[in-house]
Design a protein around this ligand. Sequence first.
Ligand SMILES: *Cc1c(COP(=O)(O)O)cnc(C)c1O
Length: 400
Amino acid sequence: MTLQSEVIQKDQAYSVPVAARPDFVLARGEGVTVYDTEGKAYTDWVAGIAVNALGYGDEELTAVVNQQMNTGLIHVSGLYHTQALAELAELLCTHSFANKVYFCNSGAEANEGALKFARKLAYVNEKPNKTKVVSFTEAFHGRTMGALAITPKEKYQTPFKPMVPGAVVGEFNDIDSAREVIDEDTVAVIVEPLQGEGGINIATAEFLQALRQLCDEKGATLIFDEIQCGLGRTGDLWGHSFSGITPDIMTLAKPLAGGLPVGAILTSEAVGSAMEPGDHGSTFSGGAVVMRAAEMVVNRVLSDGFLEHVKEVGDYLLERLSEINSPHIKDVRGRGLMAGIELDVAPADIVQKGYEHGLLLVNSGANVIRFVPPLIIEKKHVDELAEKLTVILEEVDDQD
Ligand SMILES: *Cc1c(COP(=O)(O)O)cnc(C)c1O
């Protein structure tokens, strides 16, 4: 039996079957390429779902992680100070609207915490009945019970009802709809400045500005979920940078520690200082190795030319995708290295063909292929993608 079939058999026998994985086994990675156990190469347009911002095998990231490992301190829990945590917290606050940060371990956990932070602020302001949370159509905020309640997708929610109460859904990018659903009982409004799982939908600046204004009027906490679109992905440092306004809370996760699990809740002074010792916590929160990795990733994203590179390659990606002459492409959209093509054929077929052609691709929503590669990807990889996609889309035709 080959290693590949052995691994697949074991995985199928022992893993809870929540994911349908393709029939190869990834063994190593280098730059923007991953290799399977048979030695086949795949150019990675997924990056572990918008996570591996620096690709694979970044030497500085490896060195920083090793260095912290060598101190012996992987983890100390939230009970104690570490230099690693304090320095990352300062770095994130210096380069954002935020005055305070709380670290956790995933995106869903960051959003769960954000909801609690907003509730606590209302509580200390003696508005305990403010409990409505507004999210928007096609939003994705995570799979834990609180985050799931504000992720308005039947397929994700139905088997797990009843949902946590209080969730209200407005129409994404529709200011009138936002005005209808945000009221005095609203404790928080949560939105992705650029929706990732829901089909690569870009919030307009006007929409984000209107949310800011409505939250100010009604005393609600504005939360930007930048778990996917934040930290350089769009070619700006933050997904909301283009809008000219800032939220009260921003959640981060995916790319923050270059592939190690982490989440962060960035808050305004008012939100952060409403929290007191004992209000929130998590055993693994803010581990030193993860903090050092994140510090290195943030510094890389801030380094000279990094965001310019994302913009330049991102623009080129949109240009090359737009040039593909296929009747199956209904729309091409995105910002920076967060792009999508809307199709009239099932994305699953394209993803499958991608594997055959040595590409890792992933869908977003029902009819979009999304491109969220390592941020170090280059124009030559865009050329490869465009050429291969052209062929793949022709092959889909031949099958019909
Ligand atoms: C991935 C994602 C989440 C959930 O993050 P997990 O780490 O998978 O829990 C939440 N919001 C957005 C926008 C995401 O892309």
